[in-house]
Design a protein around this ligand. Structure first.
Ligand SMILES: Nc1ncnc2c1ncn2[C@@H]1O[C@@H]2COP(=O)(O)O[C@H]2[C@H]1O
Length: 248
């Protein structure tokens, strides 16, 4: 597994997963994917090392702690080492309009000054490859109610694929197959089987939909990890998961 899950829950108050904050994934000391409440697993000096934040999508369980993380970086990041937030056009548009709008939070692209800002936003697209030392990140499209990117993370010959929020779609199967053999796949499983209608409406997975998606992969991943259980139904989901799958 190339990733450390600081938060793996699909909401607040989950209790069955070890990482019960909402989605926040550490790729390296200075790189995160998403900034849900799981970021609170880091202490202040650890938070102050972060310089690269990749966002999967704009939903609040994935971005809610980004403003306060940037607040903690205000006096340590500088123009030589600014913070870059990477996301799709739609995700960055959403946080520009609804978060960094001087009402919910100051626009940190203009602070401490427009000339020397703390924050830069970088639009990314599926298929672009980002290299940080021996780590490679490649975003791919998932299927969700807002445009969402998953990330393939490669390091020392091992491929970990974080599928982020996604319902079942043949396009997702195709995108996963295009990544080649997967060592670790991290699938969301937000709802139990009896709530498949809600799962489909909200573009999420159930245990049965996870099995369907996996059965259509050309090569089975070595390890299957589950995250993003909705706290209010986690007790219903757990018994429906095959015993070989691991809960994050
Ligand atoms: N019809 C729906 N469409 C979208 N979200 C829904 C719907 N019904 C319930 N939700 C909830 O709203 C949440 C928004 O964030 P998530 O996509 O993580 O999970 C979603 C569901 O828990």
């Amino acid at each position: 597994m190339n990733l450390t899950f600081l938060g793996a829950s699909g909401g607040l108050g989950g209790s069955v997963t070890a990482n019960n904050g909402s989605t926040c994934v550490q790729v390296a000391d200075d790189i995160l994917i998403d900034v849900g409440t799981g970021i609170t697993a880091l202490n202040l000096p650890q938070m102050q090392k972060i310089r690269h934040v990749f966002l999967t999508h704009s939903h609040s369980d994935h971005i809610c702690c980004l403003p306060m993380l940037l607040g903690n970086l205000f006096n340590v990041a500088n123009t030589e080492h600014p913070v870059t937030v990477y996301g799709s056009h739609d995700t960055l548009e959403a946080i520009r309009e609804h978060v960094f709008n001087w009402v919910v939070w100051p626009d940190m692209r203009e602070l401490p000054s427009k000339e020397k800002p703390l924050l830069r936003l970088q639009e990314i697209e599926a298929g672009e490859v980002f290299q940080f030392g021996d780590i490679t990140l490649e975003p791919f499209k998932t299927y969700h109610t807002v445009p969402t990117l998953g990330f393939a993370v490669r390091r020392t010959g091992r491929q970990t694929v974080f599928v982020a929020d996604s319902g079942y779609a043949q396009s997702v199967v195709a995108n996963l197959n295009a990544l080649g053999p997967i060592d670790d796949i991290i699938l969301e499983c937000s709802f139990p089987n009896e709530l498949e209608t809600v799962a489909n409406q909200s573009c999420h997975l159930t245990p049965a939909l996870c099995e369907k998606l996996l059965s259509e992969l050309a090569v089975q991943p070595l390890n299957i990890w589950i995250n993003h259980l909705k706290p209010d139904v986690e007790q219903q989901i757990i018994p429906q998961l095959p015993s070989a799958w691991k809960l994050l």
